[in-house]
Design a protein around this ligand. Structure first.
Ligand code: GLC
Length: 440
């Protein structure tokens, strides 16, 4: 038992990303961006979106579909110009029923079933008698050949629905809408959630350079000032969750080995909400196996027995007896009576995992910023959505601290803004842009 502090010290060493290491990651990331953009071998896909920043004058009544996490959300949005957005109606539905009646994310569901489900939700907010442009946020890597031609390259975030990889997403949704008699809804744009997040913030803030998700998944996009395909500004989806220029710890390797797609999405597996809880469990389990803490429960050995939502209360726990940590151990692992130092070790593990996540994300943003504005000569807004950024205690502070360590005083040029529901609103902005251009 008395070896616990030393064991924790070793874990802390592995999960600490120093300022120097963040700068190294930033420059590796920048190189990977240049390689991906030039079509050279790179872990960054640098996917073109065929969308640029909005003018803020986009107007109209538009449907937005936001698909990519545990829920599908549909919104009826009115863009009133001058950056004004009214959400007239919205619905949200779980893709995986809590009682196990359906699960559209599993391999037992087909693409047709999934898109019929989404089309059903759309039809609830789009009564016939009016033509609605629709923008579709689809938060997975897609090869785009145009703003409405997006082919899913491969599922991420442990999705397994059959018959969607390799398919044209806009078409799958339109066919499903037509099948339901909702042909008055026209799917006009498919975009990544990072792109939506960037667009939603850029609608009111012209300094927005980066859009990012720090939630179930992790990814960023940025506004490339001169895209090689068009020689015009274009938002590029980095699929940064797949970045592979960071050393994995033994825990990352274990997590990767039993994941749906081993060795893919390395950064995402170190950074996103899908995986942080599991990393904490792996650390606690190894402390137990090595005899540093007295946990013997099958549940601690069960992958994903702790979720990232379980981590936030632990991080916020300032009670002397670490009540939230004890509650989590009792609820998730059926373990009671842990000593204060054992509970503190669990809290430390959670804190190390959460802090590393934020510092890795910040390092990649530093790489993007240095690429587009090497001297940080102007203001940059980073638009972020996702549960980690919004809800995880200390996450936003860790991001700012990391940027300050990387850039020193110049970090003052950077503002991180929550783009709440940005991915849906951004889809509406994209659809309105296309609709207005078409009807001119
Ligand atoms: C995954 C997806 C990516 C998405 C991110 C956040 O990394 O591959 O497209 O942006 O999750 O939802």
């Amino acid at each position: 038992m008395d070896k616990l502090p030393a064991a924790l010290g070793l874990i802390e060493e592995q999960f600490t990303v120093s300022a120097k290491f963040m700068r190294d990651i930033a420059s590796g990331f920048q190189q990977a961006m240049s390689d991906g953009l030039a079509g050279r071998q790179s872990s960054l896909r640098m996917l073109p979106s065929f969308i640029s920043n909005p003018t803020g004058r986009e107007e109209g009544k538009v449907i937005a579909v936001d698909f990519g996490g545990t829920n599908v959300r549909v919104l009826l949005v009115e863009l009133a110009g001058k950056g004004r957005v009214n959400i007239i109606d919205k619905r949200s539905a779980l893709l995986k029923d809590r009682d196990g009646i359906y699960d559209y994310t599993s391999s037992s569901a087909s693409g047709t079933e999934l898109f019929d489900f989404i089309a059903g939700k759309v039809s609830e907010i789009a009564p016939p008698g009016h033509t609605y442009p629709l923008g579709h946020t689809f938060s997975f890597p897609c090869r785009q050949h145009g703003v409405n031609e997006a082919v899913l390259i491969s599922w991420t975030k442990e999705f397994k629905t059959t018959g969607v990889e390799g398919q044209n997403i806009g078409q799958l949704l339109q066919v499903a809408l037509d099948r339901r008699g909702s042909g008055h809804v026209q799917s006009l744009a498919v975009l990544n959630d990072t792109t939506g997040t960037l667009l939603a913030t850029a609608y009111t803030d012209t300094a927005t350079s980066i859009g990012a998700i720090c939630g179930t998944g992790h990814n960023s996009c940025y506004l490339e000032p001169c895209h090689p395909l068009t020689s015009q500004p274009m938002i590029v989806n980095l699929e940064s969750g797949n970045f592979d220029g960071i050393c994995q710890t033994e825990y990352d390797i274990l997590l990767d080995q039993i994941s749906e797609k081993p060795s893919a999405q390395r950064l995402e597996k170190m950074t996103s909400g899908q995986y942080l809880g599991e990393l904490v469990r792996l650390i606690v389990n190894s402390l137990a196996v090595e005899g540093h803490i007295s946990i013997s429960s099958d549940r601690v050995r069960t992958p994903y027995s702790v979720s990232t939502e379980d981590i936030s209360p632990i991080l916020a726990d300032t009670t002397p007896e670490l009540k939230a940590v004890a509650d989590m151990a009792a609820k998730r692992w059926r373990i009671n009576g842990l000593s204060l130092s054992e509970l503190a070790a669990i809290k430390t593990a959670a804190w190390l995992v959460a802090r590393r996540s934020a510092r890795l994300a910040a390092a990649t943003w530093a790489g993007i910023l240095v690429k587009i504005d090497p001297g940080l000569t102007r203001r940059h807004t980073i638009a972020v959505d996702g549960s980690l950024y919004e809800k995880m205690p200390g996450y936003a502070d860790n991001l700012y601290t990391a940027l300050a360590e990387i850039f020193g005083d110049k970090a003052k040029q950077i503002t991180i803004k929550l783009s709440k529901d940005g991915s849906g609103i951004g889809a509406a902005i994209a659809a309105a842009t296309i609709y207005n251009t078409k009807s001119k």
